[in-house]
Design a protein around this ligand. Structure first.
Ligand code: PHE
Length: 345
């Protein structure tokens, strides 16, 4: 019979559509496509057998095969949409949303108390014309010590217990003072008024009052005719702006290899008003920073002629200030990442 291939094609189509109707999942559908539209499917076999057919039925069969293929493809596309929808509704059934439940509150982020305090400090110094200057946490022995007038075997090195790296001469800065050299070498011979905030590292026992990492805020002013009076005035003014107009301060002589003369500044304990309490250990005063006039040797290392230029420098421990302002009695809270602590600020 001449119309056998046509009949055959109808069977193929019928058979394929029947199979398609039984398909329920995406995986089965993919398999169906391979079986009924793939390279070794029955429709494709008709195409590849066309050449062997008698010439008179060849065009008609080809046309019919093409039509069947297109219809199967259309049925396939329709099924894709159908399965996608039924899978979605199953997931809506099983993952039901209870729209009457109250929403979860979005947590508000906040700045770490140490950072809040640093920003207060930046603000006060900005009002006095100090720019923020950054210098590296990983330093060389040369910058951290040598250029600050602390040679290798100087006993003053014992003031800073140091984390050394495996690379000779490379260490984690023990204070922000090496930043003085960076700032001077960049700015010389112009005048300088900067603060240098940053993390410092010391190889020390961790206690309630000392950590192996902590911030410092260094200050540096270099110019012509910068005097000790400028240092005192700047730091006294800073304390008033930071702690209140009536806070009293005092300077005590001290020693640092990179300043001469050197001093430490205490502020009146603003918790007890100087009467004595546990925070100030009944002294009535709290030490918050070291300072002094930049040593001529250090000025020279920074590229300034100490005959013409002078400067002052200071280094304060902002975590100590935060502890005092916020009544925090253990410095280990700062880097302990305990949310119960952090959320209080
Ligand atoms: N770098 C000193 C310290 O870590 C503090 C300091 C800075 C003292 C600048 C004087 C001048 O203790």
């Amino acid at each position: 019979m001449t119309d056998t291939p046509g009949m055959n094609l109808e069977n193929i189509q019928h058979h394929a559509l029947e199979a398609l109707a039984a398909v329920r999942t995406g995986d089965d559908l993919a398999q169906w496509r391979v079986t009924h539209l793939g390279r070794s499917s029955a429709v494709m076999a008709v195409f590849s057998g066309l050449g062997k057919l008698p010439a008179d039925i060849r065009p008609q069969t080809g046309q019919k095969a093409n039509q069947v293929k297109l219809e199967l493809e259309a049925a396939f596309e329709e099924k894709v949409v159908q399965i996608r929808q039924s899978e979605l509704s199953v997931s809506l059934q099983t993952n039901r949303v209870d729209i009457t439940l109250p929403g979860r509150p979005a947590r508000r982020g906040r700045l770490h108390p140490a950072m809040q305090n640093l920003r207060d400090i930046y603000k006060v110094f900005a009002e006095m014309g100090f720019q923020v200057y950054r210098s590296p946490d990983v330093e060389t022995d040369e910058y951290n010590f040598e250029l600050l007038n602390i040679p290798a075997h100087h006993p003053a090195r014992d003031m800073w217990q140091t984390f050394y790296t495996t690379k000779p001469g490379v260490l984690l800065r023990t204070h922000t003072s090496p930043g003085q050299i960076w700032a001077m070498r960049e700015r010389a011979p112009d005048s300088i008024r900067v603060i240098l905030p940053g993390m410092c590292y010391r190889y020390e026992q961790i206690t309630t009052r000392s950590e192996i990492q902590f911030h410092q805020v260094e200050g540096l002013m270099v110019g012509k005719n910068v005097t000790l009076a400028d240092l005192k005035g700047t730091l006294t003014d800073f304390s008033r702006r930071m702690f209140g107009q009536n806070v009293r301060t005092r300077f005590r002589p001290s020693y640092f290899p990179f300043t001469e003369p050197s001093a430490e500044m205490d502020v009146e304990c603003f918790l007890c008003g100087g009467h004595g309490c546990t925070v100030c250990k009944n002294a009535g005063w709290l030490e918050i920073l070291g300072c002094g006039m930049v040593h001529p040797e250090v000025l020279r290392n920074g590229g300034y002629d100490p005959e013409i230029f002078s400067g002052f420098a200071f280094g304060m421990g902002p975590e100590r200030i935060t502890m005092l302002r916020r009544h925090i009695d253990d410095i280990r809270y700062f880097w302990g990442n305990d949310m119960r602590f952090l959320e209080q600020f």
